[in-house]
Design a protein around this ligand. Sequence first.
Ligand code: ADP
Ligand code: TRP
Length: 325
Amino acid sequence: MARVLTGIQSTGRPHMGNILGAILPAIEMANKSENESFLFIADLHSLTQIKNPAELKENTFQVAATWLAFGLDPNKTTFYRQSDVPECVELSWYLNCFFPYQRLKLAHSFKDKANRLEDINSGLFMYPMLMAADILLYDADEIPVGRDQLQHLEMSRDVASRMNHKLGDIFVLPSPIIQPETQLIPGTDGEKMSKSRNNTIDVFANEKEIKKHINKNIVTDNTPLESPKDPNSSTIFNLYRLIASEIESNKMAEQLRAGGYGWGHAKNDLINCICEKFAEPREKFNHFINNRNEVEDILNHGAKKAKKVAEATLIRVKKSLGYNT
Ligand code: ADP
Ligand code: TRP
């Protein structure tokens, strides 16, 4: 049995890129009978960016409702809030003491954030070691992530190997799992969909809002309606093919190539597809938003299950380091 684990930061309501790129692939892996799974909301990582308590709480809740709306089964998966199992913070300290400062200085994500954000706090710098602790605490084997997380996974393996080398085999070495199809979902401007780029699509918005948003924000060129168009260079088509069936995608590609089918038509087909495809999750999401206690109960139960595993690992690690257990 492989142990699958992944986390999503609670920095806002998940958008279509997060859902197709991270949440759905993780749920698919978690639901396989041959896997055991740990999925969590990385609300300690979010503190690097979010300092407003009400916002932090609300985001955590929205992320939890999203996982549940897309079919996470809390009976099969251990589903929890990272902050409910603070053992990861203790473990991250031990990891920090075995990981060279110079290696952390080379992290792309830190450099990227340091260039963009105003609040360049030390938490951002230590971020990869807290993430390594999230993984190593649960002896996870497979970590489904987006391509942007690969370097963090390398660091997790690196620190685990360093400690295994010094202390004996205390950690399982985790492997990243990247889905080539969905590793980079384009946003409305054709670049990587991302909160920080303001190019996201909110699949939980109502139909009217989705329609307005797509019509206004997806950028198209001014090729006339009658002329043939290249599907592959179109953001509309690139989004459509990720959610439509193969038959529907082939149909849109043919229509674009043939001419007589304009960007407006393609946008309409995309809007209808998004509204249809996400209708059920949207309903479930609204259910959880209106039944917060249900979500709380699920997370509290998950935290208890996670804590048992976390405590056992910490005892193993502390013993190997020479601490009293
Ligand atoms: P954002 O870039 O919007 O801030 P996050 O960095 O919080 O998103 O990403 C959360 C998860 O969603 C990560 O696993 C990340 O790899 C994945 N993800 C984010 N944007 C995309 C995208 N455009 N395509 C594929 N996966 C994505
Ligand atoms: N850093 C990840 C992100 O930004 C979130 C995360 C935190 C994570 N801990 C993790 C992902 C452990 C996988 C495993 O998306």
